[in-house]
Design a protein around this ligand. Structure first.
Ligand code: C2E
Ligand code: MG
Ligand code: MG
Length: 523
């Protein structure tokens, strides 16, 4: 992300460097020119005994030229100096925002640490990362993204003391150095101030842009003795701020380090997991509540980790999403699920729809449609037997472009479901406009329907809404007979949950397809 904004900076730096070299060469030329001239004059004077008027005139002329050349050389020397100063500024500042860059921040931080050490004082480093900046950059263009970064930079500078340093690390990351703090609480106040300063909308190109920021804080000497460690720990704390809901701040805690290390080792393992064929799919049946038959299955990925055993998505999917590895993993899941569904049909089992979870990154990748087609072709699975599950946030975040992809998928014959319905925010008009086949009521509501009247009301409302939108409604996370009975009474079409069957391996599912699920259905 940072490359996009820093490339012009690099070009500018290169041009300034070339200019300075050019000027220096020019100054040397001029100086050498005047030296040659002087040598010529002296030789001329030596060669003759008496000097004629002509020769004196010539000498005067040469002298005058020498003076001009010297002045030129001086001017050029000044220009060289200015160019050097520009070069120095460019080397230490970010071109887009003119804030100190990583190099200057490191210098200042090292000095501040030395000073704090001598005086026995504390200092703070704040690592800031804008929330969902990439989304703005992608949807409104880099020009708007750049101006938003400039506006953020101005607000940050306006919100700190003169002695503080606000630097841009690249992309949408800023690092602040607060060299003079008495208590950690002061830093918390500064962080709150920053959050508030950035909360006001940024008006850019008639857009009112709202952008949050996640802040991680590390304190010298407790959280690190050197610049690198302090920045690293502030970065880790920032990551935790992001994970716990964004637009807030977190102080570094030592056990965050252990978790960061674990995350890194999971990420490194994920990189190798595909080629080592460590992923497996489990399948969970979806049951028609009235007939009790299996009407579909959901493919759920598992990772057979060589040391840690079978890992569930909660332990690796978000890491795969953050690192982009979800793209190749998602492609594998899609292909494998289609191949398996087709294999069951070829084996003579009743044809059923297989649902595949699709994360935001996959859905927005330009070639998503291609991969869906490729998986269908490779498996020879009819498109109507494939369903894609997308969450509300994936659908609503960029509704206009989602709409065209969804219609292209629907035209293919692929089915579409809204996963975890009720946990996000949905626009009713989009829900009507999108070619959605199924609403999956999130398990957190289903869980409570027999205990919490509010959840019961909500589930009933979703069921009737689905009916009026002509969408199938399926309840996730059905665990008890009472829940199944309630859903049936509310005319919910389908249910999925441990009450009917846990997710199982492909072989076990083939048996379920033959025998049906076992719970005594409440009717
Ligand atoms: P989801 O799509 O909402 O899947 C349902 C999750 O609920 C599954 O967890 C399933 O095992 C669990 N579940 C099913 N019935 C019950 C029940 O009765 N009670 C309870 N407490 N839980 C139940 P799982 O397999 O751990 O997957 C979690 C999430 O990970 C999924 O939520 C989905 O968002 C994501 N995920 C799973 N596989 C993939 C995948 O291949 N690609 C992507 N992008 N995400 C995946
Ligand atoms: Mg799902
Ligand atoms: Mg779900």
């Amino acid at each position: 992300m940072d490359d996009k904004v820093s490339v012009p900076g690099r070009e500018k730096l290169a041009t300034a460097r070339e200019d300075a070299v050019g000027l220096r060469e020019k100054a040397v030329d001029v100086r050498e020119g005047s030296v040659t001239m002087r040598e010529r004059d002296i030789r001329a004077a030596e060669m003759t005994e008496g000097t004629s008027d002509d020769q004196i005139g010539l000498l005067r002329q040469a002298n005058a030229q020498l003076v001009i050349a010297t002045i030129d050389a001086h001017k050029l020397a000044e220009q060289v100096q200015t160019a050097h100063a520009d070069l120095d500024h460019l080397a230490h500042h970010d071109v887009l925002t003119d804030l100190p860059n990583r190099i200057l921040l490191n210098d200042r931080l090292a000095q501040a640490i030395a000073l704090a050490h001598r005086r026995g004082k504390q200092l703070a480093v704040m690592f800031m990362d804008l929330d969902r900046f990439k989304h703005i950059n992608d949807s409104l263009g880099h020009a708007v993204g750049d101006r938003l970064l400039q506006s953020v930079a101005q607000r940050l500078v306006g919100g700190v003391r003169h002695s503080d340093t606000v630097s841009r690390q690249g992309g949408d990351e800023f690092v602040l150095l607060l060299p003079d703090i008495e208590h950690a609480e002061d830093v918390a106040l500064s962080a709150q101030k920053m959050l508030m300063a950035l909360a006001r909308p940024h008006v850019i190109d008639r857009h009112d842009l709202h952008i949050g920021v996640s802040i991680g804080i590390s304190i010298y000497p407790d959280d690190g003795q050197d610049a690198e460690t302090l920045i690293k720990h502030a970065d880790i704390a920032m990551y935790h701020a992001k994970e716990s809901g964004r637009n807030n701040y977190k102080f570094f805690e030592p056990d965050m380090n252990a978790r960061a290390v674990q995350r890194q080792s999971i990420e490194a393992g994920l990189r190798r997991a595909l080629e080592r064929q460590e992923f497996v799919l489990h399948y969970q049946p979806k049951i028609n509540l009235l007939s009790g038959t299996i009407v579909g299955i959901e493919a759920l990925v598992r990772w057979q980790h060589p040391q840690r055993g079978l890992l569930e998505p909660a332990q690796f999917v978000s890491i795969a999403e953050d690192s982009g590895l979800i793209l190749p993993i998602g492609r594998w899941v899609l292909r494998e699920a289609c191949l398996q569904a087709r294999a069951w049909q070829d084996a003579g089992l009743p044809p059923i729809t297989v649902a595949v979870n699709t994360s935001a990154l996959e859905f927005r990748a330009g070639d998503f449609l291609e991969y869906v087609c490729a998986a269908l072709e490779a498996s020879r699975l009819e498109p109507r037997y494939l369903e894609l599950e997308l969450t509300e946030s994936v659908l609503m975040r960029d509704a206009a472009s989602a709409d065209s992809v969804l219609h292209a998928l629907a035209d293919l014959g692929v089915k579409l479901a809204v996963d975890d319905f009720g946990t996000g925010y949905s626009s009713l008009s989009y829900l009507r406009q999108f070619p959605i086949n199924t609403l999956k009521i999130d398990q957190s509501f289903v869980n409570q329907i027999t205990r919490n009247p509010d959840d019961a009301t909500l589930v009933s409302a979703v069921i009737s809404m689905g009916k009026s939108l002509k969408q199938r409604v399926i309840a996730e996370g059905v665990e008890t007979a009472e829940q199944a009975a309630f859903l049936l009474a509310q005319h919910c079409d389908e249910g999925q949950g441990y009450f009917f069957s846990r997710p199982v391996g492909a072989e076990a599912l083939a048996i379920l397809l033959q025998t049906g699920v076992s719970p005594a259905l409440p009717h």
